[in-house]
Design a protein around this ligand. Sequence first.
Ligand SMILES: Cc1cc2nc3c(=O)[nH]c(=O)nc-3n(C[C@H](O)[C@H](O)[C@H](O)COP(=O)(O)OP(=O)(O)OC[C@H]3O[C@@H](n4cnc5c(N)ncnc54)[C@H](O)[C@@H]3O)c2cc1C
Length: 279
Amino acid sequence: MEMERHEPRRRVLEHHRSGSGIRRIGYPIGIRTARLLRREQLTKNMLRLTVGGPELADFHSYQADDHVKIVFPDADGTRRLPVPTPDLSLDWPQPTPANRTYSIRRFDAETCEIDMDFVLHDGGLAAGWAVGARPGEEVAIAGPPGAKAFPHNYDHYVFAVDATALPAAARWLEESPPDVSVQLVIETADAADHAYPLADRDGAAVTWLVRDGGRSPLADVVRALDPPAERTFLFAAGETGAIKPLRAWARDFEGADGTKGMDALFTGYWKRGVAGLAD
Ligand SMILES: Cc1cc2nc3c(=O)[nH]c(=O)nc-3n(C[C@H](O)[C@H](O)[C@H](O)COP(=O)(O)OP(=O)(O)OC[C@H]3O[C@@H](n4cnc5c(N)ncnc54)[C@H](O)[C@@H]3O)c2cc1C
């Protein structure tokens, strides 16, 4: 049983070390009801919630963009939670309870704590909940479901993200080998959020951008980058329309050694005008 529990960790770490491309590695999915422990306003529009408790004793997270679904109670307070299935999936009650996806910014197995960083924006169920949530409150989380693991052995990385994927990018900066270089292009809705804390490390160049209303400068700025090394990996996550143009850029990219195409992981984290994109 212990062996089984640690198998995903072994496979993810091995892929980080010596794999290539993206590898899907499923984790046994847990459904846990923990408690909100602390709140920390990181920047004007980024709020960190720390949840914890003994329910998280067997929680696991091995890759920087691991994420969970926060499952919200019904309007009358009833909690209807999904049930894990043997094929590493979830059986959701119908109608599906409201849920939203958040990255595991930090998991501390010693203290059984998870940090999640919320972008505060108007009209969001989860964003609104985060603003009002108080320590002691129950928080039901499902996941993480598993990793789309990408190796730590590329020469160079490009991160094209908005604030919603800033937690994943920040965690990657802390967990990836210190000798790989990275260009991070980070777009936020407000310059005040450029104060979000990022590890200061050699070889990391950060470009902060501000979204101009609905217009995103992200793709244009990333396309103008000139990644220096032969083997480059692109991590693109944020508003679906903003990262979409980068697919063609990654496909047509020509490396210094003449190879065509850049390995990449694209994830639409939200879509303008659509509530609960990842439900
Ligand atoms: C794998 C994954 C990891 C993610 N990790 C994080 C994370 O760590 N932190 C985080 O904040 N988000 C994260 N997200 C994005 C988050 O799940 C969505 O932004 C989600 O829609 C927020 O839910 P909500 O209830 O606040 O808004 P919703 O009720 O879903 O949406 C209401 C309205 O707000 C708009 N909207 C949604 N998100 C934003 C936004 N960020 N800015 C402006 N308008 C928005 C929608 O288009 C819609 O019109 C992640 C998503 C995925 C798929």
